[in-house]
Design a binder for this molecule. Sequence first.
Ligand SMILES: [Fe+2]
Length: 286
Amino acid sequence: MTATAIKTSPALKTTWLKPGFAVEILDIDFNTATDEQLAEFDRLVNETAVVVVRDQALGASRVMSVAGRMGRVSAQHRTGPHPDHPGITILSNKRVEGKLIGVPDAGRNWHTDGTTYEKLGLKTLLYGIECPPVGADTLIADAAAAFEALPEARQRELEALTVVHNRATLIQKYNRAALSDSDAAKMVDVFHPIVVKSDIDGRKSLFVTNGSTKGVVGMPDEEAWAQVKGLINHATQEQFVYSHKWRAGDVLIWNDVGTLHLASPFDEDKYERLVYRVWVRPFATN
Ligand SMILES: [Fe+2]
C-alpha cells in the first residue's frame, strides 16, 4: 500500500484529515453499526495511523466494546481507572467532593504509549465527553513520514540503534506515583529498535519518546538523550502533525507504532475536560 492509498468501500464513507495519515469515518454510529460497517472500521484502524469518528453518544460499555474489536483491552489500575471498567482511564480535571476523578495532565510532552511493553502494536482510543472549546488539542505526529524524510545514510545509521525503555524512568520523570525501590526494581529494561517496522504494511518509522527513554545501547547518556531529543524534534515538525480539535462525542484512535502524540494544555480554571482513554494491545499478547 502506498502512503496515500485509501481503499473505497460501500460500507463507510471516509475523508482524509491528513492524507496518508489521519482519516475520518463520516457515517458510522457505533450504537447501531452493521457487521459490514464494523468490519470496514476494523480494516481502517488496522491500516491507517489515525482514525476519527465524530458525533457519537457512547456509554462506557459501548466504548469498551468498540475498543475490544481492536485487540485486548489493557487494565489500567494505576492511573485513573473508571470505577466500573478498569480498562478505561479517566482523563479529567473534574473534582467530586474536592477529589480529582481522573488524571488531569497526562501526556503534555511528545511521547508514545506502550513503549515499555515487550510486544509492540498498542492502539490508543480516546472518547471525548466534555471538551474545552479552546485548547486541549491532541497532536499526533507521523513518525513513518518523519523517518522517510531523513537522508538514506542517516536512516541506515539509525536502524543500527536500540533504545532502552523503563517504566520506572517514565513514572519518576513525571512523578506519576510514589514508587518504592522494590516496585522500581520490578520494572525491567525493555529494548526496542529506534526504527520499527509496521506489522501491517511494513513501513518503517521512528520509535522515540520522551517518557520511558532510559538510554541508547552502547552510547553515553548525554549523547543518547541528544539523539532521541533531536529525532523527536524532527518527527514533530508541523508538516508531520495532525492536530485534533475536540468536540464532545469524538472518538480518536491511533496506532502507537508509527506515531508520537501530545496533549495540549487548556485553561483548567475556566473549563472542565472529561475524556475516556483505552489502551488496546494486540490480540496475541497476554
Ligand atoms: Fe499518551
